[in-house]
Design a protein around this ligand. Structure first.
Ligand code: GTP
Ligand code: MG
Length: 135
């Protein structure tokens, strides 16, 4: 089996979509190993998003992630890294496929950062690194 880090980002929590997102994850058959509401420090987010430092959306992304609590989830299952990213849909919520979390619940709000409701680790290496940061 495999584990991944899922975050319901501040927009998802603020909009009351945590339950709807969890329902999709559970319906798919993945196992919730650990889950908690987190108000991260800036340093935690700098670690988490280190790969994006210097990009134009980096500062807006950090500010957005500091705007309210997120729900951090340790999620388990065979091929869960790939499977959750498929459930989430592509990064841009405007064009994410309907049927995905981002495609069904997300849109462009005209802000400097794409608010796209969820995060999912993109590789086994990222998952191990990110789970150690958040749990
Ligand atoms: P995560 O699961 O959150 O990591 O999303 P991702 O892997 O689909 O995207 P990526 O890691 O490339 O970017 C991290 C986050 O930065 C995204 O989820 C968006 O919130 C934001 N972001 C990424 N690319 C862009 C972009 O081109 N423009 C803007 N405005 N925001 C972006
Ligand atoms: Mg990513």
């Amino acid at each position: 089996t495999e584990e991944t880090l899922v975050l319901v980002k501040p927009d998802g929590v603020a909009r009351g979509l945590t339950g709807a997102i969890l329902a999709r994850i559970e319906a798919k058959g993945y196992a919730l190993v650990d889950i908690r509401l987190v108000e991260p420090e800036r340093a935690t987010l700098e670690q988490h998003y280190a790969e994006h430092e210097g990009k134009p959306f980096y500062e807006p992304l950090l500010e957005f992630m500091l705007s309210g609590p997120s729900v951090a989830i340790r999620l388990a299952g065979n091929r869960v890294i790939e499977g959750f990213r498929s459930l989430a849909g592509t990064t841009d919520p405007t064009t994410a496929a309907p049927g995905t979390i981002r495609g069904d619940f997300g849109r462009d709000w005209g802000l400097a950062v794409q608010q796209n409701l969820v995060h999912g680790s993109d590789s086994p290496e990222s998952a191990a690194r990110e789970l150690a940061i958040w749990f």
